[in-house]
Structure formats: structure tokens, C-alpha cells
Design a protein around this ligand. Structure first.
Ligand code: ATP
Ligand code: BTN
Length: 244
């Protein structure tokens, strides 16, 4: 048995599996599954997780700096995944604020970071990633937005073990780097990968819709939106970005 690496064919949610075991996990512990019965996205949304064709991966990370330091982490993880996929031959993978990966304006992967811990103490994070690898049209027909898969972004798909290993390694390295330099070290990299940079977008904030041009992120990880009133930062988990 390899401590810290669990490969489970069928599970409710890889995030939930690690969240339930937070006190017993070594730093960087990973859970990988072939199928999720209750894969989840942000705000209770469903993550469709058919058997065998995609990657469902979660990693445990203890962040000594505490919960407040986890702000902006989904942006950093997005950069890690995009760069890992690029190194495997996928050209044109982009990030979408705050927690998605896109290819050709369609959703390729999603990131869900969940945490436990007391204010003032270390934060226990579970970083989940759902990556569509070869999901067929019919398997993803229940998804209510445009989606794509890695097979369309690569000339030849990387071997599955290599894909998982590269993502795990890149994620691990990125988290170590984030602990040392914070978001600061990732802003330029994120902006370079931004799917919506300099494009018209709308932000859905509860019932409110704000339209403008996306201008990347600032040092807090806020999305910068240019409207007639000027450049304004938007931050917070209740905001959804859509292309116009
Ligand atoms: P937001 O901008 O608020 O993050 P979102 O629509 O991307 O909006 P998420 O909670 O991030 O919402 O992701 C869940 C959504 O992703 C689902 O409601 C569905 O539309 C879509 N989805 C579910 N499964 C998949 C999948 N395997 N591949 C691509 N998209 C999926
Ligand atoms: C999103 O776009 O809202 C994030 C989707 C995250 C899905 C992954 S799949 C592995 C991990 N386990 C879950 O239940 N969710 C994440």
C-alpha cells in the first residue's frame, strides 16, 4: 500500500472521502476515483462523473497559515492544471475565474476547494479536480452548459497514469510554492491563461447582472471588470462569470 494514495473505483465524492478523514491524512494525500455517485461542484451543483472516461482527483493539504490564506487558491490550482496539461501536449487550455478550466470556450475541468478548521488555526483543505478526459457526447448530454474534453485538446491523449501523476506532481509543487510566495507569484501566469481577458463578460451576483470587459485579476485574486464607471474589483464565492 502506498501511504497517501488511494485509488477507488466507485465513490460518492473524492472530496467527501478526504474531508471525512482529515485528521488521518499525510500532507498531499490523494484520492482518485473512476466514478462518483455524488460528484459535486460549487454551491451544491452536481459534477457529472461517468465511469472510466474522466479523472476525479482530490488532494489533502494542511495550510498552516490558516483559512484566510486559502483565498485565491482555486486560481493558483487552475494555473497548475493548465500548465500540467500544456506540458502533456494540450495547447490552448485556459482558465476561467474563479475555478474552471476552458478549452475553446467550453468547460474542460472544474476545481472545488473545501476546508475545515478553526479560525486562527491551520486550515485543512481538500482540493478537488474534475477533468473531462474522453467523455463522450452522449455521456455528458445531461450537462447544461458547453463542455469539452482533453481528447479534443491533444493530438494524442497522454497515458492515463502519466496524466494523473503529472497533475498530482504539479499540484503538489504549486501548493508548496503558494505557501512561500502567495498569490503574488501567480498573477501574471493566471492573466496569461485567462480565457476572457479583454473580452466582454457579465457577472451574475445573486439577482444582479453587471456587464463589462474582463481585465484579469489583481493581487487579491479579485476579477477586474471595466465598466463605464471605471475598473472595479469583484471577489467572493457568490459571483459567476459568463461570456457575452
Ligand atoms: P460558476 O461560474 O458559478 O462556477 P458553473 O456553472 O461553472 O458556474 P460550477 O459549480 O463551477 O458552476 O460547476 C458545476 C456546473 O458544471 C454544473 O452545474 C454543470 O453545468 C457543469 N458540469 C457538471 N458536470 C460537468 C462535467 N463533467 N464537465 C463539464 N461541466 C460539468
Ligand atoms: C466546479 O466546477 O464547480 C468544480 C467541480 C469539481 C469536481 C471535482 S471531481 C473530484 C472532486 N470531487 C467532487 O465531488 N468534486 C470535485
Amino acid at each position: 500500500k502506498c501511504p497517501g494514495l488511494e485509488l477507488i473505483p466507485v465513490i460518492d465524492s473524492t472530496n467527501q472521502h478526504l474531508l471525512d478523514r482529515v485528521g488521518q491524512l499525510p500532507q498531499g494525500a490523494v484520492c482518485l476515483a473512476e466514478y462518483q455517485e455524488a460528484g459535486r461542484g460549487r454551491r451544491g451543483r452536481q459534477w457529472l462523473s461517468p465511469f472510466g472516461t474522466n479523472l476525479y482527483l482530490s488532494m489533502y493539504w494542511r495550510l498552516d497559515a490558516g483559512m484566510a490564506a486559502a483565498m485565491g487558491l482555486s486560481l493558483v490550482v487552475g494555473v497548475a492544471i493548465a500548465e500540467a496539461l500544456q506540458s502533456l501536449g494540450a495547447d490552448g487550455v485556459k482558465v476561467k475565474w474563479p475555478n474552471d478550466l476552458y478549452y475553446q470556450d467550453k468547460k474542460l475541468a472544474g476545481i472545488l476547494i473545501e476546508m475545515t478548521g478553526q479560525a486562527g488555526d491551520a486550515a485543512h483543505l481538500v482540493i478537488g479536480m474534475g477533468l473531462n478526459v474522453a467523455m463522450a457526447e452522449q455521456e455528458g448530454s445531461g450537462i447544461d452548459q458547453a463542455w469539452t474534453n482533453l481528447a479534443r485538446a491533444c493530438d494524442g491523449l497522454p497515458e492515463r497514469n502519466q496524466l494523473a501523476a503529472t497533475l498530482i506532481q504539479q499540484l503538489h509543487q504549486t501548493l508548496e510554492q503558494y505557501e512561500q510566495v502567495g498569490l503574488e507569484g501567480f498573477i501574471e501566469r493566471w492573466n496569461r491563461l485567462d480565457n476572457f481577458l479583454d473580452r466582454p463578460v457579465k457577472l451574475l451576483i445573486g439577482e444582479r447582472v453587471v456587464e463589462g470587459v474582463a481585465r484579469g485579476i489583481n493581487s487579491q485574486g479579485a476579477l477586474l471588470l471595466e465598466t463605464e464607471q471605471g475598473l472595479k474589483p469583484y471577489i467572493g464565492g457568490e459571483i459567476s462569470l459568463r461570456g457575452c
